[in-house]
Design a protein around this ligand. Structure first.
Ligand SMILES: Cc1cc2nc3c(=O)[nH]c(=O)nc-3n(C[C@H](O)[C@H](O)[C@H](O)COP(=O)(O)OP(=O)(O)OC[C@H]3O[C@@H](n4cnc5c(N)ncnc54)[C@H](O)[C@@H]3O)c2cc1C
Length: 460
């Protein structure tokens, strides 16, 4: 075997952890290879965060233009050029991807290997893998292979074309009537996007609330806001069968033992993510995976096999770009540093609907389950000056704190720019400071940041 197929570290998957880790490990003198079978950038850049937020920006503008009269302006009609909206998003994705490729040009370390990677066994303490058609030997391996859309077990779905996270950017015809299966964060963001582009949208969710991880008051407020834009929600409803007839698709749903049929033009399946672990040959080296296919890791992101690590969505837990990116910092610390950095961290996230839901740490429900004494503060965005002046009065802020220490345990900011605003609580929590620090600070008037302060003033 050629000497140049031997590496200190092989990273499988060019996702949000893999790429920065490859470059940083190379910088500290490790010989590194990164195997990617499709496109550098993984889910986030190619069909996830980047293009979804780019089209959400178009949807935001369309909606604002429709509200022009409220602001004393006349915009006679908003015309949506759907293919152009997707084109813009695609171009941004391609730009990011090209930038990632450039970083691998003119260097042999880290070395970019194109092709599918899988373990085939061990060799004197190292790991044997095949990448494409080539044998590769690596002392350590990092698995960052991400997830793909879960295809729900629904009769007829295997014979029906449908839209999902991986192909929506190629579906250039605006759906007349879209049935969204799944009311999680991808389902909600994309439903609002299609609705604002002009589609009729029906969301089918089998649970009793959308955004199932959130407190009921937050989830129902979000649902109400979206329903007011004309999105039809069917909760506690199961899709039993789908069948395509030429241009239409009939969707048989069941709620409380009552069946009914929805005639739509398109289906979007957003029923969760399935880990890409099946074709990795993990059994050849003994890496343990859960029943769901998640790679089991400890707080250092070490798998059950010393020398094999996992990062990003594949390791279970929070599935976000920023957590995957933080995993790279953990692995840099574990593989080439002092090992101090672990998955003990405060994780924020957002649902990029409008208004956005910015979230950090525990919900009220989760905080109460811990058994500690908690207090909850709530502030309505309609009582914030800037929100009123800019016509962004929807939503509220909810903060949960430990009643004894005044430490914030979690927060939900359902507001314009909620994903930005929540960081004030995130930083406070990371500093280990009580909410009184924000309460006693001065925030600029008029800003939405004043609402962050007003919310914690409600504790007193
Ligand atoms: C529609 C959508 C919107 C999203 N929006 C957001 C958002 O706004 N904010 C946010 O934080 N997160 C968002 N996410 C989630 C985010 O995209 C993921 O959490 C993140 O990309 C996970 O990164 P990763 O490193 O785990 O893997 P990925 O980015 O999925 O990368 C894995 C890579 O591994 C490659 N691969 C897989 N198997 C092999 C193999 N055997 N050999 C070689 N290569 C292989 C794949 O081709 C892929 O490129 C969104 C996701 C979706 C689907």
């Amino acid at each position: 075997m050629a000497e140049n197929n031997r590496f200190d570290v092989l990273i499988i998957g060019g996702g949000q952890a893999g790429i920065p880790l490859a470059h940083e490990l190379a910088k500290v003198g490790k010989r590194v290879a990164l195997a990617e079978e499709k496109h550098l950038g993984g889910s986030c850049i190619n069909f996830g965060c980047t293009p979804t937020k780019a089209v959400i920006a178009s949807a935001h503008l369309a909606q604002l233009a429709r509200r022009a009269k409220e602001f004393g302006l006349r915009i006679p009609a908003v015309e949506v050029d759907f293919p152009a909206v997707l084109d813009r998003a695609r171009q941004i994705s391609q730009e990011y991807r090209a930038d990632l490729h450039k970083r691998f040009e003119n260097t042999d370390n880290p070395k970019l290997l194109g092709g599918h990677a899988r373990f085939i066994g061990r060799e004197q303490g190292a790991f044997r893998l095949v990448v494409g058609d080539d044998l590769v030997i690596a002392e350590q391996v990092v698995i960052d292979t991400g997830t793909r859309s879960t295809v729900a077990q629904i009769e007829g779905l295997d014979r029906t074309s449908f839209i999902c996270a991986e192909n929506w950017l190629e579906s250039t015809e605006l759906p007349q009537h879209l049935v969204m299966i799944g009311g999680g964060y991808i389902g909600l963001e994309m439903s609002q996007f299609y609705r604002r582009m002009g589609s009729k949208v029906t969301v089918i969710e089998e649970g009793g609330q959308v955004a199932s991880h959130e407190d009921e008051d937050v989830a129902s407020a979000l649902q109400d806001l979206l329903a007011r834009e004309g999105i039809d929600f069917r909760l506690k409803t199961k899709v039993r069968r789908v069948e395509r007839n030429d241009a239409s698709v009939s969707v048989l749903v069941e709620m409380a033992n009552q069946s009914s049929e929805i005639q739509a033009t398109d289906l979007f399946v957003a029923t969760g993510r399935t880990p890409n672990t099946e074709e990795l040959g993990l059994e050849t080296v003994g890496v343990k995976v859960s029943e769901r296919g998640i790679v089991e890791v400890d707080r250092r992101l070490a798998t059950s096999v010393p020398g094999v690590w996992a990062a990003g969505d594949i390791r279970g837990g929070p599935m976000f770009t920023h957590t995957s990116w933080d995993d790279y910092r953990i692995l840099l610390s574990q593989i080439a540093g002092d090992g101090a950095r672990t998955t003990e961290r405060i994780v924020p996230y957002a649902i990029f609907t409008e208004p956005q839901l910015g979230r950090v740490a525990m919900t009220e429900n989760e905080a109460r389950k811990t058994g500690r004494e908690v207090k909850v503060a709530r502030f309505e965005m309609k009582d914030n000056s800037k929100a009123k002046e800019f016509g962004e009065t929807e939503g509220f802020i909810k903060v949960v704190a430990d009643a004894k220490t005044n430490q914030i345990l979690g927060a939900a900011v359902l507001a314009a720019e909620g994903a930005e605003l929540v960081h004030m609580y995130v930083d406070l929590m990371n500093a280990g400071a009580p909410y009184t620090v924000i309460r006693d600070a001065i925030h600029i008037h008029p800003t939405l940041a004043e609402a962050i302060q007003s919310a914690v003033q409600e504790f007193d």
